[in-house]
Design a protein around this ligand. Structure first.
Ligand SMILES: O=C(O)c1cc(=O)[nH]c(=O)n1[C@@H]1O[C@H](COP(=O)(O)O)[C@@H](O)[C@H]1O
Length: 234
């Protein structure tokens, strides 16, 4: 596969277990995501080990801080050689623009810079609880607009919002969607979910999938089944 669509979320608390899991994977069949749990336990060395094995790594630390701090954190991610890095769009356009500019020095080698809109675990009620006076869909659209104007590569959103965002912002604006659940798998803490086939049909560029693969009794078979299910639609 030239451009694997599945980004496996490596949310393990044991590095050796994670690496044994990765031993069975091919860089051509998926990309890998390192998030807050693994990065806090195992740090940059773990990320370097994955890039050494030729995997594209999405460093998912969802930066949200003052513009100078986030821009420098994005540079640190570029130094690590990751494929993609993210920040929270709600940090504002000045923070996003500073980060984009800081990555310009890396030219075509720079990581993709992606903004999180509304977390896929959030329901309408939970979003309202944070003081946002919009539906999740309206807020995703609002933050995606801010992200596009700041010149970032795309957003993290739910696949439920993908068709609307592709229509509004065009094909080149990348959509990365967690909250993916193959038919029959448990929702866990996710709320705004879709199946892999639905997500690809909606125009999603990359799907982040964790527990349905990593917690499966046959993880490789679970990944292969997802890849097979979307291959006709890519
Ligand atoms: O940025 C992310 O990756 C992310 C954004 C979001 O809105 N929702 C979301 O679930 N994620 C991440 O995507 C992964 C989803 O994992 P599973 O729910 O196990 O498939 C987790 O590692 C989350 O941290």
């Amino acid at each position: 596969m030239n451009d694997p669509k599945v980004v496996v979320a490596l949310d393990f608390d044991d590095q050796n277990k994670a690496l044994r899991f990765v031993d069975d994977l091919e860089p051509g069949s998926c990309r890998l995501k390192v998030g807050k749990e693994m990065f806090t336990y195992f740090g940059p060395a773990f990320v370097r080990e994955l890039t050494r094995r030729n995997f594209d790594v999405f460093l998912d630390l969802k930066f949200h801080d003052i513009p100078n701090t986030v821009a420098k954190a994005c540079v640190a991610a570029a130094e690590l050689g990751v494929w993609m890095v993210n920040l929270h769009a709600s940090g504002g356009s000045r923070m996003m623009e500073a980060s984009r500019k800081a990555l310009e020095a890396y030219g075509s080698e720079r990581p993709l810079l992606i903004a999180v809109t509304v977390l896929t675990s959030m329901s309408a009620e939970e979003l309202a609880e944070t003081g946002v006076p919009r539906t999740p869909e309206q807020q995703v659209l609002y933050l995606a607009e801010l992200t596009k104007r700041a010149g970032l590569d795309g957003v993290v959103c739910s696949a439920q919002e993908a068709a609307l965002l592709k229509r509004t912002f065009g094909q080149s604006f990348k959509l990365i969607t967690p909250g993916i659940r193959p038919v029959g798998s448990e929702l866990g803490d996710q709320h705004r979910v879709m199946t892999p086939e639905q997500a690809i049909s909606a125009g999603v560029d990359y799907m982040v999938i964790g527990r349905p693969i990593t917690q499966s009794s046959a993880p490789l078979a679970a990944l292969n089944a997802i890849n097979d299910s979307i291959i006709k639609r890519v």
